[in-house]
Design a protein around this ligand. Structure first.
Ligand code: GLN
Length: 275
């Protein structure tokens, strides 16, 4: 069967379980062939469909996320290795890096802290954005930290990235110019479907209202933020008011930023008295 035909057939089968069936088919076939998606599309007449493709397709049809099958996900300007021990980086989360790029403008953050680093996505994106920065990624999961450390190595960022097993910023010494935080924020009783069913619960759920981790993190921020610095904190689309209130209680300045879909996605917190 030709690559073109295999992609058409696979996309048709994937339609029932995926919102992006054609893209999924291309990513899985490229992975089975060990080539980039771009190479697959450019060279499809020269390529043959390998037997492994059907195994990947079956896993996807059973609901497994593409990123766990291929083991990679692109984020910002970097490509990350991901496993079921970590949340799959989302394009929405790039909103936090955009907020930081705007805030620092022609300056650059020197010290970066990523709380709940998971795959290392936010910390490593920031270190690749600012070549002189160094930083620390904290996670409560040692399995996640192993993934993050591997990513730092592969990306050539290990000499600027430290990883620390910990409970948010408990015991951390500041100050940091940039603090990046994508905590769990889904309310316990929310019914989920799709990729999230395969992701670690600990990275997703945060108590009855999804606010438990913000309540823990907010009081830690004032002492950790350097003058002129900022924290970029991911929120659920309906949490701007509730999380802003928790941050305001700590005397932080707050502004909100939307993701590409137009949802409130990121709160920017700055030290008291600084805009
Ligand atoms: N944005 C993710 C989702 O809705 C949640 C990630 C998180 O809780 N940090 O699937």
């Amino acid at each position: 069967m030709s690559v073109a035909q295999a992609l058409r057939d696979a996309a048709a089968r994937l339609e029932t379980i995926s919102g992006t069936p054609r893209l999924d088919a291309e990513l899985l076939l490229a992975h089975a062939l060990g080539v980039s998606r771009n190479d697959l599309l450019m060279r499809q007449r020269d390529l043959r469909v390998p037997p492994g493709f059907n195994l990947f397709l079956d896993r996807r049809l059973a609901g497994e996320p593409i990123a766990y099958i291929t083991g990679t996900r692109d984020f910002w300007t970097i490509s990350l290795h991901v496993t079921p021990d970590v949340l799959i980086p989302r394009p929405d989360t790039e909103t936090l890096i955009e907020a930081a790029v705007d805030h620092f403008s022609k300056r650059a953050p020197a010290h970066v802290l990523d709380l709940g680093t998971g795959s290392g996505a936010l910390l490593l994106a920031a270190l690749s954005q600012w070549p002189l920065a160094s930083g620390v990624g904290v996670d409560v999961s040692s399995a996640a930290l192993a993934v993050a450390r591997g990513n730092a190595q592969r990306l050539g960022l290990a000499d600027r990235a430290d990883f620390h097993l910990g409970d948010w910023a408990e015991g951390m010494e500041g100050p940091f110019d940039l603090i990046l935080i994508n905590p769990p924020y889904i309310a316990r009783n929310v019914l989920l479907s799709g990729d999230v069913l395969h992701e670690p619960d600990g990275a997703l759920f945060a108590g009855a209202e999804g606010l438990d981790d913000y309540r823990r993190i907010a009081p830690m921020l004032p002492r950790l933020l350097a003058p002129g610095g900022m924290a970029a904190i991911e929120i659920g689309y309906d949490q701007r008011v509730s999380v802003s209130a928790l941050l305001a209680e700590q005397g932080l300045g707050i502004s909100a930023r939307r993701d590409l879909a137009g949802h409130d996605r990121c709160l920017v917190a700055t030290p008291a008295g600084l805009a």
